[in-house]
Design a protein around this ligand. Structure first.
Ligand SMILES: Cc1cc2nc3c(=O)[nH]c(=O)nc-3n(C[C@H](O)[C@H](O)[C@H](O)COP(=O)(O)OP(=O)(O)OC[C@H]3O[C@@H](n4cnc5c(N)ncnc54)[C@H](O)[C@@H]3O)c2cc1C
Length: 474
């Protein structure tokens, strides 16, 4: 097993690199305080540290220049997309540069006949879909924030549509990546499958900026379905709602989305998003997609299962405006909970279990929340077995520690049910403490060996994803 080594950084060494970078990249390098502050942290986790400077890359060559210089001087670099990650992923260590990719927004190719495209890493998924509008194609992976596609690759993101279309893992065909020493490589390609060599694309997807910096992405696209239908069903009992979602998946219904919000989340969302026609009860949001006959069949089976599990009837949202309103409310769930208690901190869990264990986990988590005396909402992508607990706490160290205790209890439950501590948010700093329990020391040893081989000077987002890096954080 290889150990990751650390070379202490000094302000002098970083200043020397910055002077060189300004020569090469001019106004793309910023030491403005407000700009550094905006790159000092992501969402949710309060850990922050000012980067020494922010570099706004516009080309793959810019990224290569930055990494070659930083590699030479042992200066850490943290890639920054939109900063919407929630586990402290983008919080820089001391004397680090933040490398912002958000100016790299070109769509380089759209191959409509093959249903794929190549984009620069700073493009957001929303902008990609706007630019695809006239093609009849779309990109389905939809994390809640205005995330960049590079950031989504790096966190192996998913969202409400993953139950049908898969996550970033299934939708990335190839990448252009700049390695720690500035070398530029291409992985994968345009074909749907290949059995040649190690799968480097999959290695970089989910690597959180610790193995290389992604500058271009070849993505799978999907046809816009002929018909879309959305419905909501409310339940007096949380377990009945979970059982309905699980049975829909087990029955093989090719559902486009199935999302759950519990009574606490619904109360928050009714207030925040004006869903006044609904009651603060556990609610399932469904979306059905496909040819009209298939949609009708999916609806019939789902409605029957909901009725058998004491669902309180289906309410339809068939116009695009109504559907958008519902899904916007779902995507704004985090902000709705934040608005419930202004000034409170909100910690999000992200557990996932095999779907047959989901009801057991959610019911146990609800009991844990009650026993903790804390206020928390449950919502999630139940069709995948993945859900979030948004734990609200006051902004005191004791309150925060109590929330972390509840977080740990929930993760322990999920791991005990053969699950994972994170289905989609990733590790960052927030989930580091669970990795050994989830993967085992031997597997972590292999991950460290890969890290050392690909980033021998540990300049790429040091301290994230692998527990041993923590000592580096300044
Ligand atoms: C309200 C809300 C709802 C959310 N809902 C979901 C959800 O449903 N599903 C989900 O998966 N996530 C969700 N997220 C989390 C977040 O949106 C995702 O993690 C997203 O993928 C992060 O993208 P970003 O562009 O903001 O990346 P950033 O936060 O900027 O970066 C994330 C990580 O990727 C690295 N990185 C960024 N760009 C690159 C690059 N080009 N090359 C290499 N590394 C890079 C960074 O160094 C960092 O480690 C949500 C967040 C919020 C605030």
């Amino acid at each position: 097993m290889q150990n990751i080594s650390f070379v202490p950084q000094t302000a002098e060494r970083v200043a020397a690199v910055l002077a060189q970078l300004k020569d090469y990249l001019g106004e793309k390098v910023s030491t403005n305080h407000a700009v550094r502050e905006a790159h000092s942290r992501g969402e949710a986790l309060d850990l922050a540290c000012l980067p020494a400077a922010v570099v706004f890359a516009e080309t793959t060559q810019d990224v290569s220049t930055v990494l070659a210089l930083c590699h030479g001087a042992y200066v850490p670099v943290v890639a920054f997309g939109a900063g919407t990650s929630v586990e402290g992923h983008v919080t820089p260590p001391a004397h680090a540069l933040s490398l912002d990719l958000s100016r790299m927004t070109s769509v380089l190719q759209v191959n409509a006949a093959d249903m794929d495209c190549r984009v620069q890493a700073g493009l957001t998924r929303q902008d990609l879909n706007t630019r695809l509008r006239d093609t009849g194609l779309f990109f389905p992976v939809d994390p809640g924030g205005e995330a960049t596609l590079g950031g989504m690759c790096a966190t192996r993101a998913s969202g409400t549509a993953a139950v049908h279309y898969g996550t970033m893992k299934e939708n990335v065909l190839g990448l252009t990546v700049v390695m720690a020493n500035g070398e530029i490589i291409k992985t994968g390609g345009r074909v749907r499958k290949s059995s040649t060599g190690y799968d480097l694309t999959s290695l970089f997807v989910g690597s959180e900026g610790t193995l290389g910096i992604i500058t271009e992405i070849q993505l799978r696209l999907h046809g816009i379905p002929e018909q879309l239908s959305a419905a909501i069903c409310q339940f007096e009992n949380l377990e009945d709602a979970v059982r309905t979602a699980v049975e829909v998946i087990q029955a093989g219904v090719p559902i486009a989305r199935v999302e759950l919000m519990d009574d606490v989340q619904m109360a928050a969302s009714i207030r925040y998003s004006g869903l006044d026609e609904l009651r603060p009860l556990t609610t399932l949001f469904f979306e059905f997609a496909g040819a009209p006959a298939s949609v009708r069949e999916q609806v019939d089976v789902t409605q029957m299962l909901a009725r058998d599990n004491n669902g309180l009837g289906f309410a339809w949202a068939d116009t695009p405006d109504e559907r958008n309103r519902l899904w916007k409310a779902r995507h704004n769930a985090f902000w709705a909970v934040k608005a419930l208690r202004p000034g409170a901190r909100v910690i999000s869990t992200d557990c996932i279990v095999p779907i047959s264990r989901l009801a057991e986990l959610i019911v146990g988590v609800k009991a844990d929340i009650e026993a903790s005396g804390l206020q928390a909402a449950i919502l999630g992508h139940v069709g995948d077995g993945n859900f979030h607990t948004l734990i609200m706490t006051d902004d005191s160290p004791e309150g925060y520690e109590k929330a972390l205790e509840l977080d740990r209890r929930i993760v322990a439950r999920a791991l005990g049910l053969e699950g994972s501590c994170s289905g989609e948010h990733g590790v960052g700093l927030g989930k580091l403490e669970f990795l050994e329990r989830e993967h085992g020391e031997a597997s972590l040893g292999v991950m460290r060996t890969l890290k050392v081989a690909m980033d021998p000077r540990n300049i790429l987002n040091p301290g994230k994803l692998l527990p041993e890096g923590l000592a580096y954080i300044g």
